[in-house]
Ligand binder design. Structure first.
Ligand SMILES: [Zn+2]
Ligand SMILES: [Zn+2]
Length: 400
């Protein structure tokens, strides 16, 4: 197919020429989803496909990640795709339905992986590709973390993938945005995500004589109030923050005051200063238990930092979208307090993640839902914008 392309074809034409292949890759990954750090088959298919393109490949990076290198020297432009699936049972009656029961590509990482393989194909085949290196990261485990609390991006970075990288980009499909549209905003676009696990410690006793003990359920009621006060009373109202309590567990019988109760929840924020303030405020809120003669234990598991899209990189992505897709292609989308571990990479080098609209039909198919699915016609658009942005970032970096 590619041979029929003219020398001066646009990147969109090049992507459309391999669109069927990208879709076939995606359906293969979709049929065989794997959870974080278990992407053995996926990584194997990725590595084998890249090698057949004649690309230099390193496997086992960050446990199950794959790095592909196209070209050499400086500048180095990084492009990242994540490969992991979710513990969800697919409800779509499609031919490419998950064959790994209870596991599903319900966030579109199958599409990310297939699109990046398409980008590899396009950059490899490109006539007079400029000097410099395009480093492709096929990343494991974006959705979760290992026993030491590290996600795939961190593990790959521990193995040095960001060394010498001048700019780094990625896309995320968006099942709720119109197919083929691009959304990318400068500044914070996803939150720092820290989860907390606390135990409120009292002193168990007979429920008929609460004054002989210290009721941890009563303590918890005061603590929950204090925790919910963090967002409304303790943090500036113009700083986006979420403090959510997701679980409360305690007690065994109606006439027994227990020794302790447990709560867990999540802290979300944008700027690092506010993030650290949340850690202190949570400690203080739990301190209410001590003021009332009880005690507490608190563990905060620190996850990914907030994602900061670099303004200049965003400008390049917008210019590429405009040039390849026309003035109508760019849409706006509100930033969210979701988490995305690509944020680690955008803190190691200026970078940005854009959203690729991929709404399939009129059925509601949110991310992480058993009905999640994508418009496959959008994949060529994503591949074209990624590849063309990488080329322009290469030229911009080389010109500096
Ligand atoms: Zn997800
Ligand atoms: Zn995702």
């Amino acid at each position: 197919m590619e041979q029929t392309l003219a020398y001066n074809s646009t990147m969109l034409e090049r992507a459309r020429a391999i669109q069927d292949q990208i879709i076939a890759w995606r359906r293969d990954f979709h049929r065989h989803p794997e959870l974080g750090f278990q992407e053995f088959r996926t990584a194997g298919v990725v590595a084998e496909t890249l090698r057949r393109m004649g690309i230099e490949v390193t496997t086992g990076v960050g446990k199950t990640g794959v790095v592909a290198v196209i070209g050499e020297g400086a500048p180095v432009i990084g492009i990242r795709a994540d490969m992991d699936a979710l513990p969800i049972r697919e409800a779509n009656p499609v031919a490419y339905k998950s064959e790994n029961d209870g596991v599903m590509h319900a966030c579109g990482h199958d599409a990310h992986t297939a699109i990046l393989l398409g980008v590899a194909r396009m950059l490899t085949d490109l006539p007079d590709r400029p000097a410099g290196q395009f480093r492709l990261f096929f990343q494991p485990c974006e959705e979760a973390a290992d026993d030491e609390g590290k996600s795939g991006a961190q593990r790959m970075m521990d193995d040095g993938i960001m060394d010498g990288v001048a700019r780094v980009i990625a896309l995320h499909v968006a099942s709720e945005l119109p197919a083929g549209k691009i959304a990318v905003e400068p500044g914070y676009t996803s939150a720092a995500v820290d989860n907390f696990y606390a135990t409120i410690i009292g002193k168990g006793c007979h429920a008929a004589s609460p004054h002989f003990g210290v009721d941890p359920i009563f303590l918890l009621a005061q603590v929950i109030n204090a925790i919910h006060g963090i967002r409304s009373r303790r943090i500036s109202p113009i700083r986006p923050v979420i403090v959510s309590i997701g679980s409360v567990h305690g007690g065994i019988a109606e006439n027994v005051i227990p020794n302790e109760v447990e709560i867990s929840g999540t802290l979300r924020s944008y700027d690092d200063e506010t993030r650290e303030a949340l850690w202190r405020e949570l400690e203080m809120a739990l301190g209410v238990a001590r003021a009332l003669d009880g005690d507490y234990k608190l563990e905060i598991k620190k996850g990914c930092p907030s994602m900061l899209n670099n303004e200049a990189v965003v400008d390049t992505i917008r210019a590429v979208s405009h040039d390849l897709l026309g003035a109508d292609a760019l849409i706006t989308d509100e930033p969210s307090l979701g988490g995305e571990d690509f944020s680690f990479m955008t803190r190691a080098a200026p970078g940005a993640m854009f959203l690729l609209g991929a709404k399939k039909d009129d059925i509601d198919r949110p991310h992480h839902n058993p009905l999640f699915d994508l418009d496959e016609g959008s994949f060529a658009v994503g591949a074209a914008v990624l590849a063309e942005t990488a080329l322009r970032l290469n030229r911009e970096a080389a010109a500096r």
